[in-house]
Design a protein around this ligand. Structure first.
Ligand code: PDD
Length: 286
């Protein structure tokens, strides 16, 4: 069965699905996106993802391409048509198609693309058993990384550097030596006395939906979360470290810049967060 993508009102074979060459997403990265996990045929945390999409659109003064409830229908339809039981759904909204000019075009409809992809649920589970390595790099992104914009070139370069160093993620570090977040994930540590530490999301990082839901998970498990910055040195000396995102949930970090975290094996706190996540997250049947 061929993959199907939704593009501006039509369900098309994935291989033929295309936007116009003058789409502002293509020319200026003038657009936003969401990645929502699909697990056991359910969209995970759809409400929070759509709330964040709404915020990103408002920050960039891009209109909704359709009513929010209609978008949920399209997301479910794309997941269903692609028979995705486990994987992800990708939603991208750009300012639309217009002759190239930096200022906002007038009377242009936003472009909407929705795709879905199968991902082997066992792959992340296996990776979580061994954990991942991260490298650190100086922050070089713009200040508005709280907006989930498709302008991701620094993230692309950072994650490529991680790959070339034999790692899976790159953590951006601010001028004070504190960890901001990963190229496509939020960053966490667990202190020796079992508290979860993650940077406040008011400024300088993306407020991850998985991060937000992990607050609920932690509460359920009776774990304390402290929102504060932590340095690379503190992370290396921590009891556990991990990343969170829609595609990884909570994923143990076992090495930072070549230094093992604790004994170099995934810790128990991240494993329990991972296990409890699916019970706590909101599920929307596709
Ligand atoms: N990335 N920080 C950045 C820079 C991200 O790109 C992401 C997600 C996150 C975690 O957000 P969430 O928990 O809502 O997935 C944090 C997605 C998965 C991506 O770009 O593929």
């Amino acid at each position: 069965m061929p993959r199907i993508a939704y593009v501006n009102g039509r369900y098309l074979p994935h291989r033929d699905a295309a936007v116009h060459i003058e789409d502002r997403g293509y020319q200026f990265a003038d657009g936003v996106y969401e990645v929502c996990e699909v697990a056991h045929g359910n969209l995970m945390d759809a409400t929070r993802h759509l709330d964040r999409l709404d915020r990103s659109l408002r920050e960039l003064r891009i209109g909704w391409p359709m009513h929010r409830s209609a978008l949920v229908m399209v997301m479910r339809e794309v997941v269903t048509r692609n028979r995705v039981r486990s994987g992800l759904v990708y939603v991208q909204v750009t300012r639309g198609v217009a002759s190239r000019d930096f200022v906002f075009p007038e009377n242009v409809a936003p472009s909407l693309v929705v795709t879905a992809k199968k991902v082997d649920p066992g792959a992340a589970a296996r990776r979580a058993e061994t954990g991942i390595k991260v490298i650190t790099l100086p922050e070089n992104r713009w200040e508005r990384v709280d907006i989930k914009s498709v302008g991701l070139l620094p993230n692309v370069l950072a994650k490529q550097s991680a790959k070339e160093a034999g790692a899976h993620e790159a953590w951006f570090v601010d001028t004070e030596g504190n960890v901001k977040e990963g190229g496509s994930s939020n960053a966490w540590i667990v202190t020796k006395d079992g508290r979860l530490i993650t940077r406040p999301a008011e400024f300088g990082i993306l407020r991850g939906i998985t991060r937000t839901t992990l607050f609920d998970v932690a509460e359920k498990l009776g774990l304390t979360i402290e929102e504060r910055g932590f340095s690379v040195a503190e992370a290396k000396a921590a009891r556990e470290a991990f990343i969170s995102s829609a595609t990884t949930i909570a994923m143990p970090v076992v090495e930072i810049d070549g230094t093992p975290v604790a004994n170099g094996y995934p810790g128990s706190v991240v494993q329990s967060l991972r296990q409890a996540f699916f019970d706590v997250a909101e599920k929307t049947p596709a």
